[in-house]
Design a protein around this ligand. Structure first.
Ligand code: ZN
Ligand code: ZN
Length: 345
């Protein structure tokens, strides 16, 4: 067990801004599992500590290019270099020169009052129709990541979808987005019974709690769901694995079937075994997905503003001065919603 990191509140001077940079006054910063992995699990940040964690940020531009001065913005969790072959190839979300607040953007991150950032990729919020700007912070990762995953999985009207980890911080949005993008049937799988049941109101047509069930029993439950709906159980399912855990991935692989698609959304470090020839025999595919190109942020924001993706039941605001308790509670699974910290200093 790695020792948790050390937190300190400190003042750092605002650096001189380059012409293509903006200074954002932070209104909200979401607490993500990635922050927990840096703080508690010894996952290294690119910028060696001390640094400011936090990468799901919304706020107001208080200095920088005139075009965006005074505008409300979302800062993308990952900002590409926009000047490499991978970016030019349309795969900027995996750009190797990318910068992420709270990891690789120098010492700067979202658990702060202000942050200097590259201006070009900021997502201007516009008319948010009463949606609190703080909520928009989690769009920077928890909502855009599953959106890109849905694009990678080519979700179409009528699709049969399974989300593993459907009640989690990213998975709950994955479930909603799959449905909003036209999936015909979405089965949510999660071990958090209470949150899973709630997902039946937010995109999940059926739910399965795999706790205490063998993989075979879960597969039978999926089959039963399909039978009830008079849809095929053994082909064409698109499975989104959001947990990144070994049991989640093993279940996903076991559910992958004929002309099926497995999209790997979650991250973990365990090894999982699979007979790759099954992919050949099934004519199936496994797709990895990482982050989201900044160009799609506006579309995702609009889905949230229009209520196609519900935010209110899934987010909770807390003062940033409570960060230590929030990190602790997140680490120990005591939070039922994604916490957005708001600067109170
Ligand atoms: Zn994150
Ligand atoms: Zn690039």
């Amino acid at each position: 067990m790695t020792e948790p990191g050390k937190l300190a509140r400190t003042a750092i001077p605002v650096p001189p801004l380059k012409p293509d940079e903006a200074l954002v006054e932070i209104k909200g910063c979401g607490v993500c599992h990635t922050d927990i992995s840096y703080y508690y699990m010894g996952v290294p940040t690119d910028q060696k500590p001390p640094l400011t964690l936090g990468h799901e940020i919304s706020g107001v531009v208080v200095a920088g290019p005139a075009k965006i001065l005074g505008k409300e913005v979302i800062i993308p969790a990952v900002m590409p270099c926009n000047d490499c072959d991978m970016c030019r190839a349309g795969r900027s979300n995996r750009c190797l020169g990318q910068k992420m607040p709270g990891n690789s953007l120098g010492i700067y991150g979202g658990f702060a009052s202000h942050i200097p950032v590259p201006a070009v990729d900021l997502c201007v919020v516009g008319d948010r129709k009463g949606m609190p700007l703080e909520w928009a912070s989690v769009i920077a990762d928890a909502v855009t990541t599953p959106y890109q995953a849905a694009l990678r999985g080519r979700i179409q009207a009528g699709d049969r979808v399974i989300v593993i980890g459907a009640a989690g911080g990213v998975g709950s949005f994955m479930t909603q987005i799959a449905k909003a993008m036209g999936a015909g049937t979405v089965i949510g799988i999660d071990i958090n019974e209470q949150k899973l049941k709630m997902m039946e109101k937010y995109g999940a047509d059926a739910t399965i709690n795999p706790k205490g069930k063998s993989i075979k029993e879960v597969r039978e439950a999926v089959k039963a769901c399909a039978k009830e709906r008079n849809i095929p159980s053994n082909w064409g399912w698109k499975i989104f694995e959001v947990t990144g855990t070994k049991p989640g991935q093993e279940l996903a692989l076991a559910l992958l079937s004929y002309v099926g698609t497995l999209v790997v959304v979650g991250y973990g470090t365990d090894q999982t075994q699979y007979m790759l020839s099954r992919l050949m025999a099934f004519d199936a595919e496994i797709i990895g997905t990482c982050g989201c190109p900044t160009a799609y942020y506006g579309d995702v924001l609009q889905m949230c503003i229009d209520g196609k993706i519900a935010m209110e039941p899934f987010v909770e605001l807390r003062p940033m001065s409570q960060i230590e308790k929030v990190l602790h509670d997140a680490h120990h699974g005591l939070l039922s919603k994604r916490v957005i910290l708001t600067p109170d200093f």
